[in-house]
Design a protein around this ligand. Structure first.
Ligand code: TMP
Ligand code: ASP
Length: 238
């Protein structure tokens, strides 16, 4: 399989075409961005860490019966994935209050959410990724009703698998964001699952081990990502 042109450059990953129309190459760059691209920095080893972290999680999800786009690790910073047609939607599940829900609803950080709650956001940095609802998705044609149902079902299925996985490593899965696409008519998990797109706290100390370290300037960002990985069994060294 040969790597062809860059099709898309995101804030932290670049997507390349290949000579197989059904496959893409994701290149995890060392860039870290937050606040819809307003804060961007290069963090050494980040691309490698997130590439291997994502591969590990996607394989765990596949083992649990959740279809993902992941195919194989190609290099330190690259993975081969299925070529999905992405929905312009972000699916967020929250188990504990943090981030935007605290600002929007005036709730303090760290409260358990029972049952876990679900939110859709429109993937559009220029608009600040606004929260949307299922009526918006239907009315503006961003996804069909049956695909929306499937995205919700899969996002909650991911919660069951990953809450347990992180808890075994002494961590709380506070919240996370997933993106889906269609592959040959099926809704499949795409994008990535790394500490860039979720919140993870140490269960005892509630130390933040995710991108909030970057957003809030707490330092030790990649060290925290590696610690999370080590605690759940990700191998970063060859
Ligand atoms: P929020 O608190 O900013 O709404 O984010 C909730 C979770 O989803 C948090 O773990 C970060 C993740 N997220 C992204 O990674 N990208 C996004 O564009 C959004 C809206 C959320
Ligand atoms: N991923 C979103 C962004 O880049 C949210 C964040 O990470 O702050 O703005």
């Amino acid at each position: 399989m040969n790597k062809l042109d860059e099709l898309f450059r995101g804030k932290a990953k670049s997507v390349y075409a290949t000579d197989d129309a059904d496959k893409l190459i994701l290149f995890f760059r060392d860039d870290t961005s937050a606040f819809d691209g307003k804060k961007i920095e290069q963090l050494s080893r980040k691309g490698m860490v997130n590439n291997k972290f994502n591969a590990f999680i996607m394989q765990k999800l596949e083992e649990a019966g959740i279809n993902t786009h992941f195919d194989s690790l190609l290099s330190e910073q690259e993975s081969v994935v299925k070529h999905l047609e992405m929905f312009p939607i972000e699916c967020v599940v929250r188990n504990i209050t943090a981030g935007s829900i605290c600002r929007r609803l005036g709730i303090e950080e760290g409260k358990d959410i029972n049952p876990p709650t679900f939110e859709f956001f429109l993937k559009d940095d220029s608009l600040g990724d606004p929260m949307i609802n299922e009526f918006h998705i239907q009315s503006f044609g961003w996804a069909e009703a049956e695909h929306v149902e499937k995205m919700k079902q899969l996002t909650f299925a991911v919660n069951d698998v990953l809450k347990a996985l992180f808890l075994e490593g002494g961590m709380l899965l506070v919240d996370y964001k997933l993106e889906f696409g269609l592959f040959k008519g099926e809704v499949v998990l795409g994008d990535e699952f790394t500490p860039d797109g979720c919140r993870l706290w140490d269960k005892e100390t509630r130390k933040k081990l995710d991108k909030d370290r970057f957003r809030q300037g707490l330092g030790g960002v990649i060290e925290a990502y590696e610690e999370v990985g080590h605690r759940i069994g990700v191998k970063f060294e060859d």
